[in-house]
Design a binder for this molecule. Structure first.
Ligand code: XMP
Ligand code: MG
Length: 179
């Protein structure tokens, strides 16, 4: 285990099991469809890659980069698009792939936006869900694991852009934040 990690919340083995389980659910739910997986950069990368290996139907990959600012007690969250899709999603089945849902602002904004582009359907798969952090009502369609309100890193998730390459998800040691 990395020296900056206090404890592991999701091991490599658990991640593998999650990808297999959700992958087969998605395979069944999207039978005879050709969904577009819309990954939210950069956190989606390891999860989208591993999950897609277990989806046994034609899928297209597309990416977006968005940033959220949660000012104080503001409930709306100001979500900005930094990089937009390079394809039309009109009449397509869209499956947004996210690393973690916390306040819910990002996904509630992005799902509404993609629906307004006349997608046939818009669903969300997230590796992690922190329901205790919700500010905006939002329910992901597929959830890898529900976790407590702790700040986690690894497997796509970062602290100051680092730790995304860890093969597991863990909680940082408090000493790392105070360096
Ligand atoms: P919402 O809008 O649901 O946004 O609050 C979710 C985004 O917030 C970031 N986030 C985290 N990033 N560890 C991280 O590395 C965490 O514990 C965490 N909680 C939320 C993340 O960018 C996610 O896409
Ligand atoms: Mg993110």
């Amino acid at each position: 285990m990395h020296n900056d990690i206090e404890k592991i919340l999701l091991s490599e083995q658990e991640i593998e099991a999650i990808c297999k389980k959700i992958g087969s659910q998605i395979t069944a739910d999207y039978e005879n469809k050709k969904p577009v997986l819309v990954g939210l950069l950069k956190g989606c990368i390891p999860f989208m890659s591993d999950l897609a290996k277990h989806i046994n139907t034609h899928v297209e990959f597309a990416y977006m980069s968005v940033s959220s600012y949660h000012g104080g007690i503001s409930s709306s969250g100001d979500v900005k698009i930094k990089l937009d899709l390079d394809i039309s999603i009109k009449d397509r089945d869209v499956l947004i792939v996210e690393d973690i849902v916390d306040t819910g602002s990002t996904l509630s904004t992005i799902t509404k936006m993609l629906k307004s582009r006349d997608a046939k359907s818009v669903k969300v798969v997230t590796l992690l869900d922190k329901p205790a952090g919700r500010v905006v009502e939002f329910y992901p369609d597929y959830i890898g694991k529900t976790i407590p309100k702790e700040f986690v890193v690894g497997y796509g998730l970062d602290y100051d852009e680092f730790y995304r390459n860890l093969p597991y998800v863990g909680v940082l040691k408090p000493s790392v934040y105070t360096k």
